[in-house]
Design a protein around this ligand. Structure first.
Ligand code: ADP
Ligand code: MG
Length: 212
């Protein structure tokens, strides 16, 4: 078995079996570099191009740290667009299929607020959404992040380009300071550096070069 096989990681057996079923045998380079850091609970800044497998890198971290019996929001993934948030939610559900009764809720702009309020009342373990709508729910007191363990900023460069800086600040203000934060970005402009330094503690950094 190759050294990049997922079974080299400290992952629950149910997750490993499911990865096998999904045809995920070997880790991609970004997964190989980031997952040991993610599973240790450390903060991470990861730079890697699109299509490199970043979603599974943070999703496996979320799923392995989740306490399923505690029905509270324990992980929040912020994405720049609704399409990306939907894809991330699908991937988390796929990877977590063997882990019983995980509730993943998507909260994105451009969709009616009413049904989201209803869904929030029912609760969730994991929320995936766009920063503006998450900010809205936080400010109106509909979303409680007091038990958040893991905050993920996916495609951070795009979120900043879209003007989500204030919304990101609001999310961080509502999150416990004792948490793990993971930041993924394809590029690394100065603004990302500034944000990363302000919201993360002694983050590990990885950079995966484009292969073509
Ligand atoms: P990124 O977020 O870096 O752009 P994705 O997480 O969307 O990339 O992954 C790209 C594709 O690769 C997805 O279709 C995903 O299912 C697949 N994939 C990710 N990791 C693996 C793996 N270890 N083995 C096989 N396929 C994988
Ligand atoms: Mg992605």
């Amino acid at each position: 078995m190759s050294s990049t096989h997922f079974s080299n990681l400290e992952l629950p057996k149910a997750l490993l079996d499911n990865l096998e079923t999904l045809g995920y045998h070997d880790m991609t380079p970004v997964q190989e570099q980031s997952l040991p850091i993610v599973l240790e609970g450390k903060d991470l800044i990861a730079q890697a191009k699109t299509g490199s497998g970043k979603t599974a890198a943070f999703s496996l971290g979320i799923l392995s740290h989740l306490e399923v019996k505690r029905f509270r929001v324990q992980a929040l993934v912020l994405c720049p667009t609704r399409e990306l948030a939907d894809q991330v939610a699908i991937e988390i559900r796929r990877l977590g299929r063997q882990v019983h009764n995980i509730k993943v809720l998507t909260l994105c702009g451009g969709t009616p607020v009413g049904p989201q309020i209803g869904s929030l009342e029912h609760g969730a373990h994991i929320i995936v959404g766009t920063p503006g709508r998450i900010e809205d729910h936080l400010k109106k007191g509909r979303l409680n992040l007091e038990e958040l363990k893991l905050l993920v900023l996916d495609e951070a460069d795009r979120m900043l380009e879209m003007g989500f800086q204030d919304a990101l600040d609001t999310v961080v203000e509502h999150s416990p300071s004792q948490r793990q934060t993971l930041l993924f970005s394809a590029t690394f402009p100065k603004q990302i550096e500034t944000i990363a330094n302000s919201i993360m503690k002694q983050a590990q950094r990885i950079q995966v070069e484009a292969t073509h």
